[in-house]
Ligand binder design. Sequence first.
Ligand code: HEM
Length: 502
Amino acid sequence: MEPEAYWFFQVLHASFCVLIFTFTILSLFSLSFCLLRPKLWCNCEICRAYLSSSWSKQFENLCDWYTHLLKNSPGKTIHIHVLGNTITANPDNVEYMLKTNFDNFPKGKPFSTILGDFLGRGIFNVDGDSWRFQKKMACLELGKHSIRSYAFEIINCEIINRLIPLLSSVATGKEQRVLDLQDVFRRFSFDSICRFSFGLDPRCLELSLPMSKFATAFDLASKLSAERAMTASPLLWKIKRVLNLGSEKQLKKAVKIINILAKEVIRQRRKMGFLTHNDLLSRFMCTVNDETYLRDIVISFLLAGRDTVASGLTSLFWLLAKHPNVGSAIRQEADRVIGQNQELTSFEQMKELQYLQAAVYESMRLYPPIQFDSKFCQEDDTLPDGSFLKRGTRVTYHPYAMGRMEEIWGPDCLEFKPERWLRNGVFSPENPFKYPVFQAGFRVCLGKEMALVELKSVALSLVRRFQVELVAPHRTPRFSPGLTATFSGGLPVLVRERESQS
Ligand code: HEM
């Protein structure tokens, strides 16, 4: 055959192969979409309001609309047919899915596929044996007294050396400067969780430095992964991923940066010797050899412990600014337990601050950092309130709505009242299935103690030293879409030093 003709047939053959490949991929996607899609149209009132976004005329946030629907539902459970999602604020249902019939409500494949590129096989993203193995290992490490003191040390070092000087510089500056407290808390929690997880200090809270490359890539990857969950059908982002387009191309790039940096951290840790270090990575290195698995484990902790803490702090300070009496009560208790102008000295001393603990719990009752959490029903099932679940249904429990239910918290459920958590002045926890802010049952948050130390330490230090005033006191929180509750537009405040430090 002539060389030109040979060349022509080669090109034709290659083009034909590409065409067949693309056609096969698209056909497979379409087939799986047809088989797995939820109903595309439903004429019920809730679905119509959802599809037309008419709910937004009456409610600022989707979670407020869901709360309204759940309040008015006799079983405290609703169904959004077009999303294939059953949403509940009924504590009996929550206990059933998180404990009684736990095995029938895994996170499921749809969730792990969405977060898979970013989180890999990390604890946050797996079910079954891989989850059990990581949980066992993490519980062993996180349960140790040494790691609690280690967390306390890191957090207080970050507060004393960075957070307080930063706020002081703003408070004592010549001109009154507006500070976005949410941004400050995001930087603070990223530094703290990186030091805790890797023994590495990204110095994000030094505002003069640009956000570290790692933090920026991490933010982008979690934002883009969350956006995958919001596309009308998973087919859309999957096609974009195959073709390496738009947000999927950006996500790939961000994950690549995270992987390079995580690999480097692991290499350095190994070189420096991990047996003498206290951070989580060093502790896991004693049992795990596989580098990718180590990366996945630590990245999951970073995701779990960063935005949640920043979110908890942001809403706590929003509430404290609106309720100065609560700030005064926190100061009075601190003066009594720690002493006027004295500093907290240990993790043990913090446990005596009962009112502070109540204020933190109360703030997360009204503004939980994770407003809702979904599982997938593996086999047909019936919830205790009688709701039937077809296999494959997404089932969501909704801590934000649950915190606003009169049936659980009484007629003053919308008020910010830390006293509701105290019995004779002592903090008294509520049934965790009525307050699943840290989840509950078998997959309860493993960083709860560390999170509470962070929230309480920051609240205590700042409330005793500074007066925080909202720039827009009449604005109610508006949340940006994402995995964790984030105030859209941040939390702009003015900060002043308090005259007396108590
Ligand atoms: C106020 C702060 C926090 C809140 C409200 C919170 C809440 C939660 C919730 C709701 C879950 C369940 C998520 C799910 O399974 O879909 C969870 C899981 C988890 N959290 Fe937290 N968390 C906080 C801080 C932290 C911190 C600081 C760490 C790390 C030191 C952490 C580590 C984890 C881990 C490892 C899991 C996975 C547990 C498992 O799947 O068995 N969390 N958290």
